[in-house]
Design a protein around this ligand. Structure first.
Ligand code: ZN
Length: 130
């Protein structure tokens, strides 16, 4: 559909699952031209489900296929370059720090991992997480 409008519902894309969700904001064309689609994705965020997990102290591990993902700049993949395999895991921050032996910033809700990491992790943490 290409019926454009001067108003658009703002959406963000979830960093964790890649799903677009409404932010509740309305975007308005400054000159009231019918310039926008019904929905406009303006950036990244966390969908309600994954926001809740982040609030609860979980870090999301997002499995990405390095073959299909874009080049990593400085070892850190940009969200728009990540090719998600659809596999996810959530780890408590304390457990994450223990397992990977790196501190994780409070603001960081997710990390991209290579295929196999989540599997390994689940084996390692089965006893910890229950
Ligand atoms: Zn999500």
């Amino acid at each position: 559909m290409s019926d454009k409008s001067h108003v658009s519902l703002e959406q963000h894309v979830c960093l964790v699952c890649g799903a677009a969700f409404d932010t509740g904001n309305l975007l308005l064309d400054r000159r009231l031209r019918a310039s926008m689609e019904r929905h406009t994705k303006t950036g990244w965020g966390l969908c309600p489900e994954h926001q809740k997990l982040a609030d609860d102290g979980f870090v999301a591990l997002v499995e990405c296929d390095p073959q299909r993902s874009g080049a990593q700049a400085g070892g850190r993949m940009k969200p728009e370059q990540a090719y998600r395999t659809g596999r996810l895991a959530h780890l408590r921050r304390a457990v994450f720090a223990q397992v990977f032996n790196v501190p994780i910033a409070d603001a960081q809700a997710c990390v991209f991992v290579e295929p196999g990491v989540i599997e390994q992790l689940q084996a390692m943490t089965a006893s910890v997480e229950g």
